[in-house]
Write a protein that binds this ligand. Structure first.
Ligand code: SF4
Ligand code: SF4
Ligand code: SF4
Ligand code: SF4
Length: 184
């Protein structure tokens, strides 16, 4: 069993948007909607920071509970939260339920869409497109169930935080150097 997760070092992101472009190209994301995006914040000390965001593949995902058809589900064998396009009726309940604004209606596919952690790539032994493209190594991807995986090592060694812990969603994206201003 895998537990796919991402570690994002905010101090290494300089807002180049290469990951956003790579994600759009890899996943045919239409213009105007995003599976990942970069938020710009100014810290209390006046420093400009960039925070990459996307679906957190939450352990306790509110979107899964909200979906009336079972189209949105959490896969037991690897923890990925995915959408079955054939079952999605486009009701938007999951978009409302997601505390992270990670979901959107894909006008080309006619269903709800979001980050899949590049599921089609990771089982070919490749990294997610956003991770592979990042020029600074701000994004690290791997399997938390594999103690040797860089993501496991970093989450163990480094102090990290997750977005909106108070929701109880239990995100699988672990941020390094995330200022409180960015936890919105
Ligand atoms: Fe669902 Fe949103 Fe969590 Fe992704 S971030 S699993 S869309 S609740
Ligand atoms: Fe489920 Fe689709 Fe409705 Fe979202 S839009 S809650 S995936 S049926
Ligand atoms: Fe996009 Fe894949 Fe990165 Fe998710 S993991 S944001 S789908 S490139
Ligand atoms: Fe930040 Fe890397 Fe994305 Fe550039 S590619 S915006 S440095 S996470």
């Amino acid at each position: 069993k895998h537990r796919w997760a991402m570690y994002i070092d905010v101090s290494k992101c300089y807002g180049c948007y290469a990951c956003v472009a790579a994600c759009a190209a890899e996943n045919n994301v239409p213009i105007g909607v995003f599976r990942t995006w970069i938020e710009r914040h100014v810290t209390k000390g006046g420093t400009v920071i960039f925070v990459p965001k996307q679906c957190n593949h939450c352990e306790n995902a509110p979107c899964v509970k909200a979906c009336p058809t079972g189209a949105t589900y959490k896969r037991t064998e690897d923890g990925l939260v995915l959408v079955n396009d054939d079952l999605c009726i486009g009701c938007g309940a999951c978009i409302q339920a997601c505390p992270y604004g990670a979901r959107f209606f894909n006008p080309v596919k006619g269903v709800v869409d979001k980050c899949t952690f590049c599921e089609h790539r990771i089982y070919q032994g490749k990294l997610p497109a956003c991770v592979e493209t990042c020029p600074t190594g701000a994004r690290v991807f791997g399997d938390l169930n594999d103690p040797e995986s860089p993501v496991s090592q970093l989450v163990k060694k480094m102090p990290t935080s997750r977005l909106k812990e108070w929701t109880g969603a239990e995100p699988m994206i672990f941020y390094r150097d995330l200022p409180s201003e960015a936890d919105l």
